[in-house]
Design a protein around this ligand. Structure first.
Ligand SMILES: C[S@@+](CC[C@H](N)C(=O)[O-])C[C@H]1O[C@@H](n2cnc3c(N)ncnc32)[C@H](O)[C@@H]1O
Length: 511
């Protein structure tokens, strides 16, 4: 292991994930729902951006000036290439957090985003980050931070410890982290097969190991096999952030805002009796056995009065991201799967079915004769945004400024999709963020940009791209062997794309 890593897994690159929670445009709806004033995001910073997919999509799709760092130079180099092709002006470095914090060329930030970092670094680095937030987050600025949480990880923590010990002590030197991970997982399974008292006391462990075995090894390396892995109580997190003068604002995971899908009536009543908001949050973590928190913190929360709150909510625009006939009214919260009320949700979804952006005020007007109150509407918007069915929309002027950068990054990503399946997102100037578009769908868009008009022609273009690389489609676990079978499947996918996703991508100014 090289010496810049500080115990962090660096011998294999991180995955090319996109995390919509890092999109500052999502802060507003959450803050308004919680009755809090939301700042404008002129400057933003992401610490530990991985391959930089999120940072680059957010920089391209907004007018926010982005900065960030990740000390892995291969990842930073990939991220810098995306910044350069999009022309977003994002300044992305390969500094360790301590070096980045000492830079003299950084502005103060309206937003700092830290996803998947806090639990996987040392106390020393946590102190560097907490101090960076103290010095660089503006008054009124928002911190988004996610972290592994207790009590949810309490039972698994010893098992994770044993797995990393196996990788260090028994794992063969020089075989690389991937084979050490497989060795540790095999060992764990054999251990569980002996029916140890530990797994009898914690019956969920075997299930967790089965889930882990099915996951991407690059992800596992970064998730479990670092030197540092420290799930934390919510109250401990608050202690860390207290010197930075940031206080808890609300969850960035919108579904957390709706008690009905997460807590029983008895649990809600129990929590209501707790007068201290922070202690209530700690107790709530026991109700849901919280494993991973995604939270907004703010430097100086400002309460909106009820009139301001409703006015600002009414002005918020949203857009439907899903094909209306396929929208499910089922949603999964901590209580399990729940079905939303048709009488409330169907009129809202119908009003948004044309994929035109509408304000909550316009929706309120459109639905006023259908018995949908503004409180119902707001809750439904939180649920639908939380399940990814709709998203907040930014101002027209910002959309048109962002469009030239999203066009460039999207063209680059679509060209990359010819040879790889790494990045399954494109940038929308409308939502200021990433939208899931898989490899073949990106290639259909590429074919369209080359002047091909019909789905059958898009399928032909994609097939030519695949055939020169010796690639074939796999359907229901079976490789399609003949060109005819491959073309037929691609044509089916192209037709479905034209009917369902393309109108949405047009509305999102991706197509
Ligand atoms: C688990 S990954 C998360 C990446 C990204 N935020 C995401 O969620 O996809 C953690 C990242 O932090 C970076 N990192 C870890 N320690 C760091 C340090 N001290 N300074 C800068 N980057 C660091 C790693 O290189 C890695 O890309």
């Amino acid at each position: 292991m090289t010496d810049w890593t500080a115990g962090y897994v660096a011998d294999i690159g991180y995955t090319y994930g996109y995390y919509l929670e890092l999109n500052p445009l999502r802060v507003k709806l959450a803050f308004l729902n919680a009755g809090l004033a939301c700042p404008e995001f002129g400057t933003a910073c992401e610490l530990g951006f991985g391959q930089g997919v999120s940072a680059n999509i957010h920089a391209a799709a907004s007018v926010t000036q982005w900065h960030g760092t990740d000390f892995n130079p291969s990842q930073a180099s990939f991220a810098q290439e995306l910044a350069s092709v999009s022309g977003s002006g994002a300044k992305l470095y390969d500094d360790a957090f301590a070096d980045f914090a000492n830079r003299t060329n950084l502005p103060d930030f309206d937003y700092i985003g830290i996803h998947g970092i806090w639990s996987w670094i040392s106390d020393e680095n946590r102190a560097v980050i907490a101090d960076f937030i103290r010095r660089k987050l503006k008054v009124g600025g928002v911190l988004y931070i996610s972290y592994n949480t207790l009590p949810g990880w309490a039972a698994f923590a010893p098992m994770r410890h044993l797995m990393t010990e196996h990788a260090d002590i028994i794992g063969a030197e020089g075989t690389g982290i991937l084979s050490r991970i497989d060795g540790a997982l095999d060992f764990t399974e054999k251990l569980l097969a002996t029916n140890p008292t530990y797994s009898r006391a914690n019956p969920q462990i075997a299930e967790r190991i089965t889930q882990i075995k099915a996951q991407n090894r690059h992800y596992l390396a970064h998730e479990y096999f670092n030197r540092d892995w420290h799930p934390m109580h919510f109250a401990t997190m608050a202690d860390w952030l207290e010197p930075a003068k940031v206080g808890y604002a609300c969850s960035a995971h919108y579904l957390d805002h709706v008690d009905a899908v997460n807590l029983s009536a008895e649990q809600q009543a129990f929590l209501k009796e707790i007068p201290d908001a922070m202690f209530r949050e700690s107790t709530r973590d026991f109700m849901v056995n919280q494993q991973f928190r995604r939270d907004y913190w703010v430097r100086g929360a400002r309460k909106l009065n009820p009139l301001e709150q409703v006015e600002q909510l009414r002005a918020q625009k949203v857009i439907l991201l899903a094909h209306r006939p396929e929208v499910s009214l089922k949603v999964t919260g901590s209580l399990g799967e729940a079905t939303m009320q048709e009488a409330v949700y169907n009129p809202i979804l119908d009003a948004l079915a044309d994929h035109k952006a509408k304000t909550l005020g316009q929706l309120e007007q459109a639905l006023k004769d259908q018995g949908v109150s503004f409180a119902h509407l707001t809750q439904a918007i939180m649920i639908l945004a939380g399940s990814g069915t709709l998203a907040a929309v930014q101002d027209e002027a910002m959309i048109s400024k962002a469009r030239k950068h999203t066009d460039k990054i999207n063209t680059h990503l679509m060209n990359k999709a010819r040879g790889s399946n790494d990045i399954n997102y494109l940038a929308s100037p409308v939502t200021g963020g990433g939208i899931a578009v898989n490899r073949f769908q990106q290639l259909f868009l590429l074919a369209m940009s080359q002047g091909k008009k019909q789905p059958a022609e898009w399928a032909q273009v994609v097939w030519q791209i695949l055939i020169v690389q010796g690639q074939k489609l796999v359907k229901e676990g079976k490789t399609l062997d003949t060109p005819e079978e491959n073309l037929a499947e691609l044509t089916t996918q192209a037709n479905a794309f034209a009917e369902k996703l393309l109108p949405i991508l047009k509305a999102l100014q991706i197509a």
